[in-house]
Write a protein that binds this ligand. Structure first.
Ligand code: ADP
Ligand code: ASP
Ligand code: MG
Length: 408
């Protein structure tokens, strides 16, 4: 008998029929004697619909009120899921994030989980209930509803699995595992039986939305056994995220390619080159809780510096106005501009540690297609480039081929 957390994404709860399918799977696991916690997302499209509704009223919606609205999507599906289980004769009980007490900080629309009160859930499980929990939402210490960022139901699932010390966390989605890249962009992409935690963390952080990055972080921190599976198929083992130290010599050099269309580039031109400048530019941006990803600084022949960094597209205007209002005059920058027509492509693999020439192979492959590289960043197991967004799919396809990810 095991304690299993199953998380179902939007397409897996898209209509009553699919919710009934989900309930049937849960029933099969229950019949084997397992204890089940089910985490559900909103029906697919629902979170987007709610965000659009908010924007029709306020173009840049107040984040607290936005969370009040978007968290309702998951409240609908937990009720439906509990009903579907009851219809199968299974005792079931639903919980919103605040009913569980999934306590988060107060960073509305991208809150972080601080603690989870697992007491009631454990009691229900001991009493034979299947517990259904709303993904993506929590409550801050003042009782405000918060949400965990897009794709945040994955994080609810893994965080609950950690808090309950579950034997496994299963992420059910509309693909049957983690692929070498998004199979919607490259049909030749292959499913991986397993992937190391480190690689999954890089892929997720570089934009593979199959798992939200914070869910992978939780899995790493609490050593949660995590598996990605299809909710449309009953067969198959999906992809297991492994924690063993792999022998990198035997690994393929590149395991996967991630991409991200959600970033925008901000450039600050003609900044005096002196100590403290990076802090003066990025300090106010960080204070406004805007996350910065890639950063590049280049000193020109005239002794001034050009400073470029990327932020989420949604936050480009916010970052630009902070810089223009609070920073530009202060540091004497010549010009500040934003570009949201960019995309980031990243190749990831632990095999990079034991191979040389990977970056040059990547750059050559892109050059042969006439794709200009605007920014580069690397880690031990990743090379990421920013390019014009119109070349994104081409770049992913040619890199997938160049690194022989198409091959069996
Ligand atoms: P859910 O609603 O179940 O959370 P998501 O849409 O968030 O599903 O994530 C699943 C999607 O992630 C897939 O449909 C696929 O298009 C995309 N995806 C991106 N990169 C990968 C990858 N490397 N492997 C599998 N799927 C990927
Ligand atoms: N419903 C939320 C979203 O669309 C959370 C999730 O699906 O994981 O982002
Ligand atoms: Mg998702």
């Amino acid at each position: 008998m095991a304690l299993i957390v199953q998380k179902y994404g939007g397409t897996s709860v898209a209509n009553p029929e699919r919710i009934k399918n989900l309930a049937a799977r849960v029933a099969r696991y229950k019949a084997l004697g397992h204890k089940l916690v089910v985490v559900v997302s909103a029906m697919s499209g629902e979170t987007n619909r709610l965000i659009s509704l908010a924007k029709e009223i306020m173009p840049d919606p107040d984040p607290r009120e936005l969370d009040v609205m978007v968290s309702t999507g998951e409240q609908v599906t937990i009720g439906m899921t509990a009903l579907a289980l009851m219809e199968l004769g299974i005792k079931a009980k639903s919980y919103t994030g605040s009913q569980v007490k999934i306590v988060t900080d107060d960073a509305f629309t991208k809150a972080r989980i601080l603690s989870i009160d697992e007491h009631n859930i454990k009691q229900d499980l001991d009493n034979g209930y299947v517990v259904v929990v709303a993904g993506f939402q929590g409550v801050d210490t003042n009782g405000n509803i918060t949400t965990l960022g897009r794709g945040g139901s994955d994080t609810t699932g893994v965080a609950l699995a950690a808090a309950l010390q579950a034997d496994e966390c299963q992420i059910y989605t509309d693909v049957d595992g983690v692929y070498t890249t998004d199979p919607r962009v490259v049909p030749e992409a292959r499913r991986l039986d397993k992937i190391t935690f480190e690689e999954m963390l890089e892929l997720a952080s570089q934009g593979s939305k199959v798992l939200q990055i914070r869910s992978v972080e939780f899995a790493g921190k609490y050593k949660v056994k995590l598996r990605v599976l299809s909710s449309f198929e009953d067969e198959g083992d999906g992809t297991l995220i492994t924690f063993e130290e792999e022998n990198t010599m035997e690994q393929p050099v590149i395991s996967g390619i991630a991409f991200n269309r959600d970033e925008a580039k901000i450039t600050v031109l003609g900044v005096p080159d002196k100590p403290g400048i990076a802090y003066q530019i990025l300090g106010p941006v960080a204070e406004a809780n805007v996350d910065v990803d890639m950063i590049i600084q280049n000193t020109g022949a005239d002794g001034t510096t050009d400073f470029t960094f990327t932020v989420h597209k949604n936050e480009m205007n916010k970052a630009l106005s902070i810089l223009r209002d609070k920073v530009q005059g202060h540091i004497g920058a010549r010009e500040i501009s934003g570009d949201d027509k960019i995309a980031k492509v990243s190749i990831v693999g632990v095999g990079m540690r034991s191979h040389v020439g990977i970056a040059s192979q990547m750059f050559r492959t892109l050059a042969e297609e006439g794709i200009n590289i605007q920014m580069i960043s690397t880690s031990e197991i990743k090379i990421a480039v920013v390019i014009d967004e119109k070349y994104l799919e081409l770049a992913v396809r040619v890199l997938h081929k160049a690194f022989e990810l198409d091959a069996e």
